[in-house]
Design a protein around this ligand. Sequence first.
Ligand code: 9MR
Length: 349
Amino acid sequence: MRTARTRLRLAGALATVLVAAGVATGPAAQAGQAPPTLAELAQRHGRYFGSATDNPELTDEPYTALLGSEFGQITPGNGMKWYATEPQQGVFDFTQGDEIVNLARAHRQKVRGHTLVWHSQLPDWLTSRDWTAAELRAVLKKHIQTEVRHYRGKVFAWDVVNEAFNEDGTYRETVFYKTLGPGYIADALRWAHQADPRVKLYLNDYNIEAIGPKSDAYYQLAKELKAKGVPLHGIGFQAHLALQYGYPDTLEDNLRRFSRLGLDTSLTEVDVRMQLPATEEKLAQQAEWYRELTEACLAVRRCVGITIWDYTDKYSWIPAFFPGEGAALPWDEQLRPKPAYYAIREALS
Ligand code: 9MR
């Protein structure tokens, strides 16, 4: 097993060198066709390979060309969040989300809805006053149902509740938790399901890639929700990884235990950041991580797809949030593919 894997890796590494050197290696190249895209390669496994994007970037034509051709799925990075979609109470604005949905439709890409209930990027009208439980329930229900109804038939999945747990597996003390108690999660899922009975409903979080207190909390909650018949269909593993913190070795086992509960899983916001400057060694290690996480998803039947959190370092959120870190995505700032891109291709090939 090990030797076969090692041999495969060596063959893969050789292919990487050849591809990087501009030498055609695959049957498509021999036949003079364009090589298959990540979307096509993933499709052969019954998976999607996608990217997040954000409205301000859509005027960048070389960027949108690659976004439209290489990926089979799109997630709006900000455009469907509460601050954008309900800027005043009861006044809805779907312009930004619609722009991305229309772009995706033009390229036959699936769209992941992100996100209905989150403690961050909330509108001021919601955060600047106190609510009774009855008031907040009504506000939450209306927000969820109006947005889900608007995108019915246009998104295949929703991140219904985002980042509900702390690192130690306790509930995050958000305005929703503090006002409504933990039952807000089941309520949110039920309301979303009423508004679109066909869309897949997910809980989504970061730092749950490895088995540990935070992913255990999701495992317990998912089990309870399933037992009660609450419409939960999947768990999104954001996978914002960082070279300096080590690879989550239990990722594949972790995905599998959620599959066994009858849930889909997906890697929803993948990036692999590093301390700058990026060296050849760090980029090689990053490529290995992208390879491994792709293999982990492919190894688990109900891991339905992978989304990177934008595809180029030009538009990554990392440098602004983690000063001194970056280079987290498979394409560099000039939209040139990095070793990580070739590693993903090989993993999917
Ligand atoms: O990519 C998003 C970035 O543009 C925003 O400034 C940021 C604000 O928190 O949110 C980013 O996306 C987040 C996602 O919605 C939820 N998981 C963490 C992502 C990175 O912060």
